[in-house]
Design a protein around this ligand. Structure first.
Ligand code: HEC
Length: 224
């Protein structure tokens, strides 16, 4: 092991009878010494550039935070939390149809379709549906608890199963969705407040899906 080392990368030590002279060794040393970079005075360029980039980044981050930190409020990440207006306290809830539409597309459109027309034979329409218009309690209950069993909508019979989508949503989200559904595709019913959703959520507790029969007993379809 040591022998190998010796013979490959290290100059052999001069020993008695060796032909390597001191002067050759000194020459080899000075060669090696010359190959090293000359030490310089002052700063070299690269670290200064890096420092400038770093400062620039810090400056940009400061600007970014100033503009986007929303007062470092933890509710900044909750799109449905009431917005604080400077010194005005939280704003009262206002049904937001744009948010409602976005949530509808995420939560409901896979079945009822983006145009609210549903899928014949499978998912009933929400457009022009008597179940949607009129009583707000009825549609809120359907969204909170789900509905399953034979149902008739716009003269067509369905027998499907809608899960309790609203159970996983906030009151304000449900209110926005329902307000949107009640105003889209030619529906003209009043918007719904988050307090109403909270009230109904509390009243029905966590329960199984409604059957169309049960919900009609509580909230018969209005006749225009
Ligand atoms: C997984 C599919 C599915 C999703 C998602 C879904 N629904 Fe339904 N929905 C149904 C089915 C199926 C029925 C009919 C149930 C039956 O046959 O008893 C129904 C019925 C309804 C009704 C009563 C009948 C009518 O057409 O007016 C309303 C109102 C309603 N859904 C609203 C919503 C809203 C609002 C959402 C989103 C929060 C939603 N649904 C999400 C499948 C779904």
């Amino acid at each position: 092991m040591t022998d190998q080392h010796h013979s490959s990368d290290q100059p052999r030590r001069p020993s008695a009878g060796d032909s390597v002279s001191d002067s050759r060794l000194v020459e080899a040393h000075s060669h090696l010494a010359r190959d090293k970079e000359e030490p310089k005075e002052g700063f070299s360029l690269l670290p200064i550039v890096v420092v400038f980039i770093f400062c620039g980044f810090g400056f940009w981050a400061g600007l970014y935070l100033t503009r986007n930190a929303a007062g470092f409020s933890p509710s900044a990440f909750d799109l449905n939390a009431p917005r604080e207006v400077a010194n005005d306290g939280p704003k009262a809830f206002e049904p937001d149809l744009a948010k409602g539409e976005k949530l509808f597309l995420q939560q409901c459109a896979s079945c009822h379709q983006a145009n609210g027309l549903g899928v014949p034979g499978a998912f009933p329409p929400l457009a022009n549906s008597a179940w949607v218009k009129g009583s707000e309690d009825r549609i809120i209950k359907i969204v909170l608890a789900g509905i399953a069993g034979e149902i008739e909508v716009n003269g067509m019979k369905y027998n499907g199963n809608m899960p309790n989508i609203g159970a996983g949503l906030k009151d304000a989200q449900v209110a926005n969705i329902v307000s949107y559904v009640r105003s889209a595709w030619g529906n003209h019913a009043d918007p719904v407040m988050d307090t109403k959703v909270a009230e109904i959520r509390k009243a029905i507790g966590s329960r199984g899906q409604y059957s169309p029969k049960e919900i009609l007993e509580q909230h018969p379809l209005e006749t225009k």
